[in-house]
Design a binder for this molecule. Structure first.
Ligand code: HEC
Length: 106
């Protein structure tokens, strides 16, 4: 028990100063995208100019991420969809985030 706590403390100590949950979920999003999403389209489909892109707001972005994920049969949790949508939004789309949703700050 005590040893476990020490190990945990040591691991946390390894995080870079300012290492936050947001950075962690960002890394998680990148991993999910790299593993599952670059097969058919690269990052250039995200945030194309209005008219060319399929998604035009935060809600549609979530739905599209879910649609692609379901099509692939990935069985992501809601959090995975949220984390990837937030990542794509902050990197590419820059839609205003509804008050009720929290996007990881980057
Ligand atoms: C089996 C192929 C395939 C895979 C794998 C795939 N997608 Fe897609 N995705 C598509 C197609 C086709 C489109 C529509 C592209 C277009 O309109 O030019 C699309 C479009 C999108 C768009 C909308 C782009 C826009 O126009 O704004 C998003 C967002 C997106 N995908 C997210 C994802 C995510 C996240 C993943 C990983 C879970 C993923 N996709 C994996 C086929 C795929």
């Amino acid at each position: 028990m005590h040893a476990r706590k020490l190990i945990f403390t040591a691991l946390v100590g390894l995080l870079p100063a300012g290492g936050t949950l947001a950075q962690e979920s960002n890394a998680n999003a990148l991993e999910l995208i790299n593993q599952n999403c670059v097969r058919c389209h690269d990052n250039s489909v995200y945030g194309r100019p209005e008219g060319a892109r399929r998604v035009n707001n935060w809600d549609e972005l979530h739905k599209q991420v879910r649609r692609c994920e379901l099509m692939l049969g990935l069985k992501w949790f809601d959090e995975d969809v949220a984390v990837v949508s937030s990542h794509l939004n902050s990197q590419f789309y820059k839609f205003p985030v509804p008050q009720t949703q929290t996007a990881p700050a980057e």
